[in-house]
Design a binder for this molecule. Structure first.
Ligand code: G4P
Length: 287
């Protein structure tokens, strides 16, 4: 899904989430483990106000485990518990339940002290497009939940999805916008596939990704593509383009006359990076 965000959309998105805050006990903030800050809404603290919050680093199956550890420490410093998950291949539901109960332990205990049966925890999932919100909702529901947008013209009321007996999720997630005025953020998101190529050129995105990997994951580049020599100076743009060309040549991305088709090579690199073919790679580290 590609959404064009304008200030009016942002205001509406924010208002929609804030209306739902009244209904919930906690928010589940979904981020992309490969680019946690870039996949984060810049106004999230203001939007969620003081709601208890669990941060999930999704797609952790594609992220560098060392980088993910560093990010967990980063969020802990901010008083936020972050849990890495894989909404597709993992089994995240039980751990999310346990963490949520810990987060709301005081509230649950207060209910018990008053002789009440603790009621199900009510939660809302929020995150930017493509971060895995629907996938996670389906996992937690244990079935496929039709998105509201699937039935144009039909406005259905708010539905609660039961997650076992102890949790209830709002069926429509809160969709947030990233900080796209920052070009680095745009490139990181595009490299992970969260932003489509029509917005940024594939060559520009692949250039960013190859440079980042030449600095942080040189071994992965060498292993996958057999690039013999990586540039000493990764600030040298020509040297990075040469690496991209070397990859294109190895993979047969050639146009007539024997020149490398850089766009084709770029698309190939991006496709393989996103599919995890280069290994588990994160594209952002805490400062
Ligand atoms: P959204 O509701 O937040 O917009 O995201 P959605 O669930 O639609 O997920 C976007 C894509 O990310 C989907 O791929 C989904 O399978 C994938 N995805 C979600 N969680 C994980 C995860 O933990 N690990 C991995 N590896 N992938 C995950 P898709 O349907 O193939 O979409 P696309 O890639 O064709 O855009």
């Amino acid at each position: 899904m590609t959404i064009q965000w304008f200030p009016g959309h942002m205001t509406r998105a924010r208002r929609q989430i804030q209306e739902k805050l009244k209904l919930i006990d906690m928010a589940i903030e979904l981020l992309d483990a490969r680019v946690p800050l870039s996949s984060r809404n810049p106004m999230i603290d203001e939007i969620l106000m003081n709601k208890p919050r669990l941060v999930l680093l999704n797609k952790s199956d594609l992220a560098d485990p060392e980088a993910t550890k560093a990010w967990i420490a980063y969020f802990a410093e901010q008083g936020l518990r972050a849990l890495p998950i894989d909404a597709v291949g993992g089994n995240p539901v039980k751990e999310i339940m346990n963490r949520s109960k810990e987060l709301l332990a005081d509230k649950i205990e207060a209910q018990i002290r008053k002789g009440m049966n603790p009621r199900a925890i009510r939660a809302l999932i929020v995150g930017i497009p493509n971060v895995g919100k629907s996938t996670l909702i389906n996992r937690m529901a244990g079935r496929k939940i039709a998105a509201t947008g699937d039935r144009p013209g039909v406005t259905k009321g708010q539905q609660w999805i039961k997650v076992g007996t102890e949790m209830e999720l709002l069926d429509t997630p809160g969709i947030l916008w990233p900080k796209f005025e920052d070009q680095q953020v745009g490139l990181r998101l595009a490299a992970t596939g969260a932003i489509k190529e029509e917005i940024l050129h594939p060559e520009e995105i692949a250039f960013f990704a190859v440079r980042y990997m030449a600095v942080h994951y040189a071994d992965a580049l060498q292993e996958r593509y057999g690039v013999e020599e990586l540039p000493q100076d990764t600030e040298d743009a020509n040297a990075i383009v040469e690496v991209m060309e070397a990859i294109g040549r190895k993979r047969g991305a050639i146009v007539s006359g024997g020149r490398v088709d850089l766009e084709k090579a770029s698309l190939l690199i991006l496709r393989e990076l996103r599919a995890g073919k280069l290994g588990r790679i994160s594209l952002e580290l805490p400062e």
